[in-house]
Design a binder for this molecule. Structure first.
Ligand code: FAD
Length: 381
């Protein structure tokens, strides 16, 4: 392929993978990331945010030869471990028939591995601390500002991809165009990240995604490589707000998550709970992902979803797989593939957003119901 150029906006999980795939195909790729290079940041101790990686995501990583390295640094989770209010536990396998599992992988590790992979391509250039601030669909240009110097450039490429997350700047400009359909739903529940420190990590049963389902809300824990566990409490914002002092917090955990409290530790819990405000969760659907002849949005920019199915990143990685297939099928006809991408991707993206919303009810409530357990026995799932 001769000198086809591409710009990828965003060097997060999906943008860095997409940039690698395009470079692999021979595109001259420029990646703009508004944050500093995360590989230069010193990791924050005791708090490692992780993600569940599944088949969809692995397939895309395989395309750039990164699957094995990632799996070597990931922890298999073969099922859910349900914790009752009394502290009893029950293991529910994801796939008792062929033992397939999902993997817990550190977000920073994965992003760094993808950026390292991107760095190896001589036809791929990455600019950190560079943010896209303006888009002109008529001229097919974008404006990029250097966050350190405030200098701006207007630039363009044959293919311009927005992988700039749930609050995508590129999508923001698409939303201003006529007949661009878009919906955004913030749910009434937020999340707060807590931690079981490495020194007590052995006390949780390994190789499981732990769930404390409590009807209207829930807590989960995923394992980290350093033996710690990232614990996430999902709850209505009102309930977070009502727990506004130490006594209420400890009483709430003693009565609701009695087995988790000694693992997290009272002091650590208090400091983590009051240090950070709960974060919001949003679900986004778009009527199209393409604009003009060369603009496309992928990943959370196109279909951010609530995290209860653990599929946001996986679906974003699958966007990259689809993009690669379409480029193969059309001999890199960009104006054709961006329209095909919308046609082929939209139903699946809507479905996974809806399933993710539904799975919150399943995880926080239905897993404790006799009908759910009966179905698992009948289906063998
Ligand atoms: P992002 O990760 O948001 O990356 C976007 C990048 O673009 C960022 O680096 C940002 O700095 C950059 N950027 C933004 N604007 C600009 C600009 N103007 N110019 C240049 N750069 C810009 N998914 C799973 O598959 N499994 C899970 O288990 C899972 N768990 C989750 C748990 C929680 C609590 C949450 C909130 C999400 C979870 N997800 C999970 C979803 C997953 O985090 C996202 O789907 C994924 O991060 C999307 O990647 P992305 O690259 O599209 O967007």
């Amino acid at each position: 392929m001769d000198d086809n150029s591409a710009i990828v906006i965003g060097g997060g999980l999906v943008g860095s993978l997409c940039a690698c795939l395009l470079a692999e195909r021979g595109y001259k790729v420029t990646l703009y990331e508004k944050r500093e290079d995360i590989r230069k940041l010193t990791a924050s101790k005791g708090r490692s945010i992780n993600l569940a990686l599944s088949h969809r995501g692995r397939k895309a990583l395989r395309l750039i030869g990164l699957e094995d390295e990632v799996l070597k640094n990931a922890i298999p989770m073969s099922g859910r471990l349900l914790h009752s209010e009394k502290g009893d536990t029950e293991s529910v396998k994801y796939d008792p028939v062929s033992n397939q599992c999902i993997y817990s992988v550190g977000r920073n590790f994965l992003n760094q591995a993808l950026l390292d992979a991107a760095q190896k391509y001589t036809n791929l250039k990455m600019f950190f601390n560079h943010k896209v601030v303006d888009v002109d669909f008529n001229k097919s240009t974008i404006e990029v500002t250097n966050c350190m110097t405030n200098d701006s450039i207007i630039t363009s490429a044959d293919f311009i991809i927005g992988a700039d997350g749930a609050f995508s700047v590129l999508r923001g400009f698409m939303q201003k165009m006529p007949r661009f359909n878009f919906s955004q739903d913030f749910i009434d529940h937020g999340y707060l990240e807590l931690c079981v420190p490495a020194k007590r990590g052995d006390q949780l049963r390994p190789n499981h995604l732990h769930i404390w389902p409590r009807g209207q809300f829930m807590m989960i824990a995923l394992p980290n490589q350093d033996n710690s566990w990232t614990v996430t409490l999902f709850m209505p914002f009102e309930k977070f707000a009502a727990i506004d002092d130490r006594r209420k917090l400890i009483e709430f955990f003693e009565s609701t998550f009695p087995d988790a409290l000694p693992l997290i530790g009272e002091q650590e819990l208090e400091s983590m709970y009051f240090k950070n405000a709960p974060s919001a969760l949003v679900s986004i659907k778009c009527g199209q992902y393409d604009m003009g002849n060369r603009f496309l949005i992928i990943g959370d920019a196109a279909h951010a979803m609530v995290p209860f199915y653990g599929q946001g990143m996986n679906a974003g990685f699958e966007d990259c797989t689809l993009l690669n297939e379409l480029l193969n099928q059309t001999q890199d006809n960009v104006s054709k593939i961006i329209k095909l991408f919308t046609q082929k991707r939209q139903k699946d993206a809507f479905a996974i957003c809806d399933l993710a919303m539904y799975n919150y009810i399943e995880m926080r409530d239905l897993v404790t119901k006799p009908t759910y357990k009966l179905r698992k026995i009948v289906d063998g799932t």
